[in-house]
Design a protein around this ligand. Structure first.
Ligand code: ARG
Length: 489
Protein backbone atom coordinates (compact mmCIF):
# COMPACT_ATOMS: atom_id res chain seq x y z
CA UNK A 1 0.00 0.00 0.00
CA UNK A 2 1.23 3.44 -0.90
CA UNK A 3 1.66 5.83 1.99
CA UNK A 4 0.03 9.26 1.57
CA UNK A 5 2.15 11.92 -0.08
CA UNK A 6 3.55 14.31 2.53
CA UNK A 7 6.13 17.10 2.73
CA UNK A 8 8.48 14.59 4.32
CA UNK A 9 11.28 13.49 2.00
CA UNK A 10 10.65 16.45 -0.28
CA UNK A 11 6.99 15.59 -0.27
CA UNK A 12 7.55 12.47 -2.32
CA UNK A 13 7.03 8.85 -1.50
CA UNK A 14 8.95 8.04 1.63
CA UNK A 15 11.80 5.62 1.13
CA UNK A 16 12.61 3.82 -2.08
CA UNK A 17 10.12 3.18 -4.82
CA UNK A 18 11.17 -0.45 -4.65
CA UNK A 19 11.18 -0.64 -0.84
CA UNK A 20 7.98 -2.67 -0.35
CA UNK A 21 9.56 -6.04 0.21
CA UNK A 22 12.59 -4.86 2.17
CA UNK A 23 12.83 -5.37 5.92
CA UNK A 24 15.50 -2.77 6.65
CA UNK A 25 16.79 0.36 4.98
CA UNK A 26 19.79 0.35 2.68
CA UNK A 27 23.25 0.57 4.16
CA UNK A 28 24.64 4.09 3.62
CA UNK A 29 27.82 2.73 2.09
CA UNK A 30 25.78 0.70 -0.37
CA UNK A 31 23.86 3.81 -1.31
CA UNK A 32 27.07 5.73 -1.87
CA UNK A 33 28.49 2.91 -3.97
CA UNK A 34 25.42 2.33 -6.11
CA UNK A 35 24.26 5.89 -6.76
CA UNK A 36 24.54 7.42 -10.22
CA UNK A 37 22.93 10.81 -9.60
CA UNK A 38 26.37 12.39 -9.27
CA UNK A 39 26.81 11.91 -13.02
CA UNK A 40 23.46 10.94 -14.59
CA UNK A 41 21.94 14.25 -13.47
CA UNK A 42 23.24 15.32 -16.83
CA UNK A 43 20.33 13.37 -18.37
CA UNK A 44 17.61 15.42 -16.66
CA UNK A 45 16.36 17.04 -19.88
CA UNK A 46 16.13 13.71 -21.69
CA UNK A 47 14.48 12.08 -18.68
CA UNK A 48 11.83 14.80 -18.49
CA UNK A 49 11.28 14.87 -22.24
CA UNK A 50 10.73 11.11 -22.19
CA UNK A 51 8.40 11.37 -19.19
CA UNK A 52 6.26 13.98 -20.96
CA UNK A 53 5.79 11.77 -23.99
CA UNK A 54 5.16 8.72 -21.81
CA UNK A 55 2.52 10.61 -19.77
CA UNK A 56 0.72 11.82 -22.91
CA UNK A 57 0.58 8.25 -24.16
CA UNK A 58 -0.76 7.02 -20.80
CA UNK A 59 -3.55 9.59 -21.10
CA UNK A 60 -4.28 8.59 -24.71
CA UNK A 61 -4.78 4.95 -23.73
CA UNK A 62 -6.88 5.88 -20.70
CA UNK A 63 -4.37 5.12 -17.95
CA UNK A 64 -4.32 8.80 -16.90
CA UNK A 65 -7.23 11.23 -16.79
CA UNK A 66 -6.93 14.58 -18.56
CA UNK A 67 -6.69 16.23 -15.16
CA UNK A 68 -3.85 13.92 -14.07
CA UNK A 69 -2.00 14.50 -17.32
CA UNK A 70 -2.11 18.25 -16.97
CA UNK A 71 -0.90 18.03 -13.37
CA UNK A 72 1.96 15.80 -14.50
CA UNK A 73 2.91 18.04 -17.41
CA UNK A 74 2.96 21.21 -15.37
CA UNK A 75 4.79 19.33 -12.61
CA UNK A 76 7.43 18.23 -15.10
CA UNK A 77 7.84 21.85 -16.24
CA UNK A 78 8.58 22.78 -12.64
CA UNK A 79 11.00 19.90 -12.22
CA UNK A 80 12.80 20.98 -15.39
CA UNK A 81 13.06 24.57 -14.19
CA UNK A 82 14.36 23.33 -10.85
CA UNK A 83 17.05 21.19 -12.46
CA UNK A 84 18.01 23.92 -14.94
CA UNK A 85 18.66 26.37 -12.13
CA UNK A 86 20.55 23.79 -10.09
CA UNK A 87 17.85 24.01 -7.44
CA UNK A 88 17.41 20.30 -6.80
CA UNK A 89 19.16 18.80 -3.83
CA UNK A 90 20.86 15.64 -5.06
CA UNK A 91 20.51 12.73 -2.67
CA UNK A 92 22.33 9.44 -2.81
CA UNK A 93 19.29 7.71 -1.25
CA UNK A 94 17.35 8.69 -4.38
CA UNK A 95 19.97 6.85 -6.46
CA UNK A 96 19.62 8.25 -9.93
CA UNK A 97 18.14 10.88 -12.18
CA UNK A 98 15.00 8.83 -12.81
CA UNK A 99 14.11 8.66 -9.14
CA UNK A 100 14.97 12.31 -8.57
CA UNK A 101 12.69 13.41 -11.38
CA UNK A 102 9.91 11.16 -10.13
CA UNK A 103 10.27 12.31 -6.52
CA UNK A 104 10.25 15.96 -7.49
CA UNK A 105 7.32 15.34 -9.83
CA UNK A 106 5.29 13.86 -7.00
CA UNK A 107 6.23 16.87 -4.89
CA UNK A 108 4.88 19.27 -7.53
CA UNK A 109 2.04 17.23 -9.06
CA UNK A 110 0.78 15.42 -5.98
CA UNK A 111 -0.85 12.00 -6.28
CA UNK A 112 -1.05 12.19 -10.10
CA UNK A 113 2.74 11.94 -10.06
CA UNK A 114 2.48 8.49 -8.51
CA UNK A 115 1.18 7.28 -11.87
CA UNK A 116 4.07 8.42 -14.08
CA UNK A 117 5.93 5.15 -13.75
CA UNK A 118 2.95 3.13 -15.02
CA UNK A 119 4.05 0.62 -17.69
CA UNK A 120 7.62 1.80 -17.43
CA UNK A 121 10.83 0.58 -15.82
CA UNK A 122 14.00 2.49 -15.19
CA UNK A 123 15.50 -0.06 -17.55
CA UNK A 124 13.64 1.16 -20.62
CA UNK A 125 13.70 4.69 -19.23
CA UNK A 126 17.49 4.87 -19.09
CA UNK A 127 17.71 3.19 -22.50
CA UNK A 128 15.50 6.00 -23.80
CA UNK A 129 17.40 8.80 -22.05
CA UNK A 130 20.67 7.54 -23.47
CA UNK A 131 19.31 7.33 -27.00
CA UNK A 132 17.96 10.86 -26.74
CA UNK A 133 21.29 12.04 -25.36
CA UNK A 134 23.31 10.29 -28.04
CA UNK A 135 21.12 11.75 -30.79
CA UNK A 136 21.51 15.26 -29.45
CA UNK A 137 25.23 14.95 -28.74
CA UNK A 138 25.94 13.31 -32.10
CA UNK A 139 24.04 16.15 -33.77
CA UNK A 140 26.15 18.73 -31.93
CA UNK A 141 29.41 16.96 -32.72
CA UNK A 142 28.28 16.72 -36.34
CA UNK A 143 27.87 20.50 -36.52
CA UNK A 144 31.35 20.93 -35.02
CA UNK A 145 32.83 18.51 -37.53
CA UNK A 146 31.18 20.47 -40.32
CA UNK A 147 32.63 23.72 -39.01
CA UNK A 148 36.07 22.12 -38.99
CA UNK A 149 35.52 20.81 -42.51
CA UNK A 150 34.62 24.36 -43.58
CA UNK A 151 37.79 25.77 -42.06
CA UNK A 152 39.88 22.99 -43.60
CA UNK A 153 38.43 23.61 -47.06
CA UNK A 154 39.11 27.35 -46.70
CA UNK A 155 42.72 26.61 -45.78
CA UNK A 156 42.99 24.25 -48.74
CA UNK A 157 41.70 26.90 -51.08
CA UNK A 158 44.03 29.50 -49.58
CA UNK A 159 47.04 27.26 -50.13
CA UNK A 160 45.86 25.61 -53.33
CA UNK A 161 48.93 26.70 -55.31
CA UNK A 162 51.53 26.28 -52.58
CA UNK A 163 53.82 23.33 -53.25
CA UNK A 164 54.60 21.19 -50.22
CA UNK A 165 56.86 18.20 -49.75
CA UNK A 166 54.72 15.19 -48.83
CA UNK A 167 56.03 12.27 -46.81
CA UNK A 168 55.81 8.54 -46.50
CA UNK A 169 57.57 7.01 -43.48
CA UNK A 170 58.27 10.67 -42.52
CA UNK A 171 60.77 10.66 -45.42
CA UNK A 172 60.34 13.09 -48.28
CA UNK A 173 58.30 11.44 -51.01
CA UNK A 174 56.65 13.58 -53.69
CA UNK A 175 55.51 17.19 -54.02
CA UNK A 176 51.82 17.99 -53.54
CA UNK A 177 49.73 21.15 -53.41
CA UNK A 178 48.57 22.78 -50.18
CA UNK A 179 45.01 22.22 -51.34
CA UNK A 180 45.69 18.52 -51.65
CA UNK A 181 47.20 18.47 -48.18
CA UNK A 182 44.17 20.04 -46.49
CA UNK A 183 41.89 18.10 -48.82
CA UNK A 184 43.28 14.89 -47.32
CA UNK A 185 42.06 15.88 -43.85
CA UNK A 186 38.76 17.11 -45.28
CA UNK A 187 38.20 13.62 -46.74
CA UNK A 188 38.83 12.05 -43.34
CA UNK A 189 36.45 14.46 -41.65
CA UNK A 190 33.87 13.80 -44.34
CA UNK A 191 33.98 10.12 -43.44
CA UNK A 192 33.68 11.03 -39.75
CA UNK A 193 30.61 13.06 -40.62
CA UNK A 194 29.12 10.12 -42.46
CA UNK A 195 29.80 7.83 -39.51
CA UNK A 196 28.01 10.29 -37.22
CA UNK A 197 24.98 10.25 -39.51
CA UNK A 198 25.12 6.48 -39.14
CA UNK A 199 25.09 6.90 -35.36
CA UNK A 200 21.93 8.99 -35.61
CA UNK A 201 20.37 6.27 -37.71
CA UNK A 202 21.39 3.53 -35.29
CA UNK A 203 19.81 5.37 -32.37
CA UNK A 204 16.56 5.96 -34.22
CA UNK A 205 14.35 3.32 -32.56
CA UNK A 206 12.47 4.02 -29.34
CA UNK A 207 13.01 1.54 -26.48
CA UNK A 208 10.13 2.75 -24.31
CA UNK A 209 7.57 0.04 -23.69
CA UNK A 210 10.20 -2.64 -23.20
CA UNK A 211 9.49 -2.28 -19.50
CA UNK A 212 11.92 -4.03 -17.21
CA UNK A 213 12.66 -6.60 -19.94
CA UNK A 214 9.39 -8.10 -21.17
CA UNK A 215 6.93 -5.32 -21.79
CA UNK A 216 3.70 -4.79 -19.85
CA UNK A 217 0.18 -6.16 -19.59
CA UNK A 218 -1.18 -2.61 -19.73
CA UNK A 219 -2.56 -1.33 -23.06
CA UNK A 220 0.32 0.94 -24.13
CA UNK A 221 0.81 2.57 -27.53
CA UNK A 222 4.53 2.45 -28.20
CA UNK A 223 4.43 3.83 -31.73
CA UNK A 224 2.85 7.12 -30.75
CA UNK A 225 5.48 7.78 -28.06
CA UNK A 226 8.20 6.99 -30.55
CA UNK A 227 6.68 9.33 -33.09
CA UNK A 228 6.32 12.11 -30.57
CA UNK A 229 9.96 11.81 -29.54
CA UNK A 230 11.14 11.94 -33.14
CA UNK A 231 12.11 8.28 -33.47
CA UNK A 232 11.47 6.47 -36.72
CA UNK A 233 10.02 3.38 -35.01
CA UNK A 234 10.19 1.15 -31.96
CA UNK A 235 12.59 -1.60 -30.92
CA UNK A 236 11.28 -5.15 -31.37
CA UNK A 237 12.43 -7.19 -28.37
CA UNK A 238 12.54 -5.91 -24.82
CA UNK A 239 14.93 -8.56 -23.61
CA UNK A 240 17.43 -7.27 -26.14
CA UNK A 241 16.53 -3.61 -25.90
CA UNK A 242 17.11 -2.90 -22.22
CA UNK A 243 20.65 -4.23 -22.43
CA UNK A 244 21.41 -2.85 -25.89
CA UNK A 245 24.12 -0.20 -25.94
CA UNK A 246 25.20 -0.83 -29.53
CA UNK A 247 24.16 2.69 -30.52
CA UNK A 248 26.49 4.03 -27.83
CA UNK A 249 29.36 1.81 -28.93
CA UNK A 250 28.80 3.02 -32.51
CA UNK A 251 28.97 6.60 -31.28
CA UNK A 252 32.13 6.03 -29.25
CA UNK A 253 33.67 4.25 -32.21
CA UNK A 254 32.88 7.21 -34.46
CA UNK A 255 34.29 9.58 -31.82
CA UNK A 256 37.43 7.48 -31.36
CA UNK A 257 38.15 7.38 -35.06
CA UNK A 258 37.50 11.10 -35.35
CA UNK A 259 40.02 11.67 -32.55
CA UNK A 260 42.52 9.35 -34.25
CA UNK A 261 42.27 11.64 -37.28
CA UNK A 262 42.74 14.79 -35.23
CA UNK A 263 45.56 13.19 -33.29
CA UNK A 264 47.59 12.30 -36.35
CA UNK A 265 47.06 15.79 -37.70
CA UNK A 266 48.10 17.34 -34.40
CA UNK A 267 51.21 15.17 -34.33
CA UNK A 268 52.09 16.28 -37.86
CA UNK A 269 51.90 19.93 -36.93
CA UNK A 270 53.79 19.42 -33.68
CA UNK A 271 56.54 18.02 -35.88
CA UNK A 272 56.21 20.56 -38.66
CA UNK A 273 56.35 23.46 -36.23
CA UNK A 274 59.72 22.38 -34.78
CA UNK A 275 62.80 24.46 -35.62
CA UNK A 276 64.05 21.38 -37.51
CA UNK A 277 61.08 21.15 -39.90
CA UNK A 278 60.04 24.79 -39.61
CA UNK A 279 57.16 24.41 -42.06
CA UNK A 280 54.18 25.39 -39.94
CA UNK A 281 53.64 28.33 -37.65
CA UNK A 282 50.90 28.82 -35.08
CA UNK A 283 50.13 32.33 -33.83
CA UNK A 284 51.10 33.26 -30.27
CA UNK A 285 47.49 33.29 -29.13
CA UNK A 286 47.42 29.52 -29.64
CA UNK A 287 50.79 28.76 -28.04
CA UNK A 288 51.87 28.48 -24.43
CA UNK A 289 55.19 29.11 -22.69
CA UNK A 290 57.50 27.45 -20.22
CA UNK A 291 57.68 28.48 -16.58
CA UNK A 292 61.46 28.03 -16.66
CA UNK A 293 62.77 28.36 -20.21
CA UNK A 294 62.15 31.90 -21.43
CA UNK A 295 62.57 31.11 -25.12
CA UNK A 296 59.88 28.44 -25.32
CA UNK A 297 56.69 28.56 -27.38
CA UNK A 298 54.89 25.28 -27.17
CA UNK A 299 52.05 23.81 -29.25
CA UNK A 300 50.25 22.48 -26.17
CA UNK A 301 46.82 22.54 -27.78
CA UNK A 302 48.00 20.11 -30.44
CA UNK A 303 49.69 17.91 -27.88
CA UNK A 304 46.53 17.84 -25.80
CA UNK A 305 44.39 16.91 -28.79
CA UNK A 306 46.84 14.05 -29.34
CA UNK A 307 46.81 13.19 -25.63
CA UNK A 308 43.06 13.36 -25.20
CA UNK A 309 42.68 10.88 -28.04
CA UNK A 310 43.91 8.24 -25.62
CA UNK A 311 41.14 9.21 -23.27
CA UNK A 312 38.40 8.83 -25.87
CA UNK A 313 39.75 5.47 -27.03
CA UNK A 314 39.79 4.54 -23.34
CA UNK A 315 36.12 5.54 -23.04
CA UNK A 316 35.27 3.37 -26.02
CA UNK A 317 37.34 0.50 -24.67
CA UNK A 318 35.76 0.70 -21.23
CA UNK A 319 32.28 0.52 -22.76
CA UNK A 320 33.14 -2.55 -24.83
CA UNK A 321 34.74 -4.27 -21.87
CA UNK A 322 31.70 -3.38 -19.78
CA UNK A 323 29.36 -4.99 -22.31
CA UNK A 324 31.33 -8.07 -23.17
CA UNK A 325 30.33 -10.28 -20.24
CA UNK A 326 26.69 -9.33 -19.81
CA UNK A 327 23.84 -11.79 -20.10
CA UNK A 328 20.67 -10.54 -21.78
CA UNK A 329 18.56 -7.65 -20.53
CA UNK A 330 19.45 -5.04 -17.92
CA UNK A 331 22.39 -5.55 -15.59
CA UNK A 332 23.51 -2.87 -13.16
CA UNK A 333 26.94 -2.86 -14.77
CA UNK A 334 25.27 -0.79 -17.49
CA UNK A 335 25.13 2.16 -15.13
CA UNK A 336 28.87 2.48 -15.76
CA UNK A 337 28.29 3.35 -19.42
CA UNK A 338 27.49 7.00 -18.81
CA UNK A 339 30.70 8.55 -17.60
CA UNK A 340 32.56 7.14 -20.59
CA UNK A 341 29.93 8.59 -22.91
CA UNK A 342 29.89 12.03 -21.31
CA UNK A 343 33.67 12.21 -21.13
CA UNK A 344 34.08 11.26 -24.77
CA UNK A 345 31.51 13.83 -25.92
CA UNK A 346 33.09 16.65 -23.92
CA UNK A 347 36.61 15.73 -24.93
CA UNK A 348 35.79 15.50 -28.63
CA UNK A 349 33.82 18.76 -28.64
CA UNK A 350 36.74 20.58 -27.01
CA UNK A 351 39.29 19.02 -29.33
CA UNK A 352 37.30 19.90 -32.46
CA UNK A 353 37.16 23.51 -31.31
CA UNK A 354 40.93 23.63 -30.73
CA UNK A 355 41.69 22.04 -34.06
CA UNK A 356 39.48 24.57 -35.81
CA UNK A 357 41.39 27.42 -34.13
CA UNK A 358 44.65 25.82 -35.23
CA UNK A 359 43.55 25.43 -38.86
CA UNK A 360 42.20 28.96 -38.96
CA UNK A 361 45.29 30.46 -37.31
CA UNK A 362 48.13 28.42 -38.80
CA UNK A 363 50.35 29.57 -41.63
CA UNK A 364 52.89 27.80 -43.76
CA UNK A 365 56.45 29.10 -43.61
CA UNK A 366 56.72 29.51 -47.35
CA UNK A 367 60.39 30.58 -47.29
CA UNK A 368 61.45 27.48 -45.41
CA UNK A 369 59.33 25.27 -47.64
CA UNK A 370 60.92 26.77 -50.79
CA UNK A 371 64.32 26.05 -49.26
CA UNK A 372 63.36 22.42 -48.60
CA UNK A 373 62.01 22.05 -52.13
CA UNK A 374 65.21 23.43 -53.63
CA UNK A 375 67.28 20.59 -52.17
CA UNK A 376 65.23 17.45 -52.58
CA UNK A 377 64.91 14.28 -54.54
CA UNK A 378 61.13 14.64 -54.63
CA UNK A 379 61.04 14.46 -58.42
CA UNK A 380 62.73 11.08 -58.78
CA UNK A 381 59.41 9.36 -59.47
CA UNK A 382 58.61 11.96 -62.16
CA UNK A 383 61.89 11.13 -63.93
CA UNK A 384 61.09 7.43 -63.86
CA UNK A 385 57.65 8.16 -65.33
CA UNK A 386 59.21 10.31 -68.05
CA UNK A 387 61.42 7.35 -68.96
CA UNK A 388 58.27 5.23 -69.19
CA UNK A 389 56.93 7.79 -71.66
CA UNK A 390 60.17 7.33 -73.61
CA UNK A 391 59.55 3.58 -73.79
CA UNK A 392 61.50 2.26 -70.81
CA UNK A 393 59.67 -0.41 -68.73
CA UNK A 394 58.89 1.05 -65.31
CA UNK A 395 60.95 -1.45 -63.32
CA UNK A 396 64.04 -0.57 -65.39
CA UNK A 397 63.27 3.13 -65.20
CA UNK A 398 63.06 2.81 -61.40
CA UNK A 399 66.51 1.21 -61.28
CA UNK A 400 68.00 3.81 -63.64
CA UNK A 401 66.66 6.72 -61.63
CA UNK A 402 67.84 5.08 -58.41
CA UNK A 403 71.35 5.14 -59.82
CA UNK A 404 70.92 8.74 -60.99
CA UNK A 405 69.82 9.79 -57.49
CA UNK A 406 72.87 8.11 -55.94
CA UNK A 407 75.11 9.76 -58.53
CA UNK A 408 73.63 13.22 -57.92
CA UNK A 409 74.14 12.75 -54.18
CA UNK A 410 77.83 11.94 -54.59
CA UNK A 411 78.27 15.01 -56.83
CA UNK A 412 76.21 17.11 -54.41
CA UNK A 413 73.86 18.13 -57.25
CA UNK A 414 70.09 18.33 -57.28
CA UNK A 415 68.23 16.22 -59.83
CA UNK A 416 67.02 19.40 -61.53
CA UNK A 417 70.58 20.59 -62.11
CA UNK A 418 72.11 17.39 -63.54
CA UNK A 419 73.91 18.08 -66.81
CA UNK A 420 72.85 16.14 -69.94
CA UNK A 421 76.17 14.30 -69.97
CA UNK A 422 75.57 12.91 -66.49
CA UNK A 423 72.07 11.75 -67.41
CA UNK A 424 73.42 10.06 -70.55
CA UNK A 425 75.65 7.88 -68.38
CA UNK A 426 72.51 6.12 -67.14
CA UNK A 427 70.13 6.23 -70.10
CA UNK A 428 70.54 7.48 -73.64
CA UNK A 429 66.89 8.41 -74.10
CA UNK A 430 66.90 11.65 -72.11
CA UNK A 431 66.31 14.56 -74.50
CA UNK A 432 68.75 17.49 -74.32
CA UNK A 433 68.02 19.96 -71.52
CA UNK A 434 65.83 17.39 -69.79
CA UNK A 435 66.77 18.23 -66.16
CA UNK A 436 65.72 21.85 -66.58
CA UNK A 437 62.16 20.75 -67.37
CA UNK A 438 61.80 19.35 -63.86
CA UNK A 439 60.00 21.48 -61.32
CA UNK A 440 57.94 20.63 -58.26
CA UNK A 441 55.09 22.88 -59.43
CA UNK A 442 54.98 21.22 -62.84
CA UNK A 443 55.16 17.81 -61.20
CA UNK A 444 52.06 18.64 -59.19
CA UNK A 445 50.17 20.15 -62.13
CA UNK A 446 50.83 17.07 -64.24
CA UNK A 447 49.10 14.81 -61.72
CA UNK A 448 45.66 16.12 -62.56
CA UNK A 449 43.72 12.84 -62.66
CA UNK A 450 40.87 12.26 -60.21
CA UNK A 451 42.37 12.00 -56.75
CA UNK A 452 45.59 13.74 -57.80
CA UNK A 453 47.18 16.90 -56.35
CA UNK A 454 46.95 19.32 -59.32
CA UNK A 455 45.49 22.60 -58.02
CA UNK A 456 42.69 22.58 -60.59
CA UNK A 457 41.64 19.03 -59.67
CA UNK A 458 41.91 19.83 -55.99
CA UNK A 459 39.88 23.03 -56.12
CA UNK A 460 37.12 21.10 -57.89
CA UNK A 461 37.17 18.46 -55.15
CA UNK A 462 37.28 21.01 -52.32
CA UNK A 463 34.27 22.71 -53.92
CA UNK A 464 32.41 19.40 -54.22
CA UNK A 465 32.97 18.68 -50.51
CA UNK A 466 31.77 22.17 -49.65
CA UNK A 467 28.67 21.62 -51.74
CA UNK A 468 28.03 18.24 -50.12
CA UNK A 469 28.41 19.50 -46.56
CA UNK A 470 26.87 22.96 -46.79
CA UNK A 471 24.43 22.42 -49.63
CA UNK A 472 25.61 25.46 -51.57
CA UNK A 473 28.39 26.58 -53.91
CA UNK A 474 31.72 27.10 -52.13
CA UNK A 475 32.17 30.57 -50.71
CA UNK A 476 35.29 31.18 -52.80
CA UNK A 477 33.22 30.89 -55.95
CA UNK A 478 31.01 33.65 -54.61
CA UNK A 479 34.18 35.77 -54.47
CA UNK A 480 33.97 36.45 -50.73
CA UNK A 481 37.54 35.26 -50.25
CA UNK A 482 38.68 36.71 -53.57
CA UNK A 483 40.36 34.67 -56.24
CA UNK A 484 43.87 35.75 -55.34
CA UNK A 485 44.33 32.99 -52.75
CA UNK A 486 47.01 34.92 -50.90
CA UNK A 487 47.77 33.35 -47.53
CA UNK A 488 45.70 35.11 -44.86
CA UNK A 489 47.96 35.80 -41.93
N1 ARG B 1 20.78 4.24 -12.67
C1 ARG B 1 20.51 3.10 -13.49
C2 ARG B 1 21.44 3.09 -14.71
O1 ARG B 1 22.04 4.04 -14.93
C3 ARG B 1 19.10 3.17 -13.98
C4 ARG B 1 18.48 1.83 -14.19
C5 ARG B 1 18.39 1.13 -12.92
N2 ARG B 1 17.58 -0.02 -12.98
C6 ARG B 1 17.55 -0.87 -11.96
N3 ARG B 1 16.73 -1.84 -12.05
N4 ARG B 1 18.34 -0.74 -10.94
O2 ARG B 1 21.56 2.15 -15.41
Amino acid sequence: MTEPVTEKDGGALPGKPWGGRFAESTDRQVEAFTESISFDRRLFREDIEGSRAHARMLARVGLLSGEELSRILSGLDKVEAEFSSGGVELRTDWEDIHMHVEKRLVFHAGPAGLKIHTARSRNDQVALDLRLFVRRAAGEILREVERLIGETLRAGYRYRELILPAYTHTQQAQPVSGGYYFGAYAERLLRDRKRLFGVLENAALCPLGSGALAGTTLPIDRESVAFELGFSGVTQNGLDTVGDRDFMADFLHALSLLMVHLSGWAEEWVLWSTREFGMVRLPDRLLTGSSMMPQKKNPDILELVRGKTGRVIGDYTSLLVLLKGLPLSYNRDLQEDKEALFDAVDTVAGSLGMMRLAVEGMSFETGRIAEILSKTELLATDIAEDLVRLGVPFREAHAIVGRIVAHAATKNLTLESLPDDDLKLFCDRFPPGYAATLSPARSVTRRSHTGGPAPETVVRRLGAIWQEVFGEAPEWRGGAEGEEGAPRS
